[in-house]
Write a protein that binds this ligand. Structure first.
Ligand code: AMP
Length: 136
C-alpha cells in the first residue's frame, strides 16, 4: 500500500480542502493556516517525502504550477510579490513529509518577516566553505 500522509488523505478527499487546481502530477490547495490569506500549497500526487526523492520532471512540473499560482494570486488578490518555498525535511521545519511548494502572497509593507536570525562568517571562512560546496 502507498504511504499515507495528510496530503494523500486530502488528495483522496477523506480530509476536506479548498482545491484550486489539479492535473496528473500535482494539485493545489489553500493552506488552512495561512501566513497571508491566499497562501497556497502545490502538492505532488505521489507522496515523495522530500526534494531529493522527487524525480526531476515532477519537480519541474511543480515549479511551473507554482508559477501559475503566483500569476493567479497577483491577478486576483493584487499582491505585489510572493514567497515560493519548500521546507525540505524535518530539520528545516517540514511538518508534512510529502513534497509541497508554498506560494505565499506578499504585499508591500505587509509586515511579514521570516524568523531567521543570521549567522556570520569569520574572515576567509566563506571562501573556504565555498570551495567545498562548489560543483559543476
Ligand atoms: P510544512 O511545514 O512545509 O510541512 O507545511 C505544511 C503546511 O500544511 C502548513 O503550512 C499547514 O498550515 C498546512 N496544513 C496542515 N493541515 C492542513 C489542511 N488540513 N489543509 C490545508 N493545509 C494544511
Amino acid at each position: 500500500m502507498e504511504k499515507e500522509t495528510l496530503f494523500t488523505k486530502i488528495a483522496q478527499g477523506s480530509i476536506p480542502s479548498v482545491r484550486l487546481y489539479e492535473d496528473d502530477v500535482c494539485f493545489v490547495i489553500m493552506d488552512i493556516n495561512p501566513v497571508v490569506k491566499g497562501h497556497s500549497l502545490v502538492i505532488a500526487k505521489e507522496p515523495y517525502a522530500n526534494m531529493q526523492e522527487t524525480p526531476d520532471d515532477v519537480l519541474t512540473h511543480m515549479i511551473l504550477a507554482a508559477k501559475k499560482v503566483d500569476a493567479r494570486l497577483r491577478s486576483v488578490l493584487g499582491c505585489q510579490g510572493t514567497n515560493i518555498l519548500i521546507n525540505n525535511d524535518r530539520a528545516s521545519g517540514q511538518e508534512v513529509p510529502h513534497l509541497h511548494i508554498h506560494v505565499i502572497p506578499r504585499y508591500t509593507d505587509d509586515g511579514r518577516k521570516f524568523g531567521f536570525e543570521h549567522d556570520f562568517y569569520a574572515r576567509g571562512e566563506m571562501e573556504k566553505l565555498g570551495q567545498e560546496l562548489s560543483f559543476s
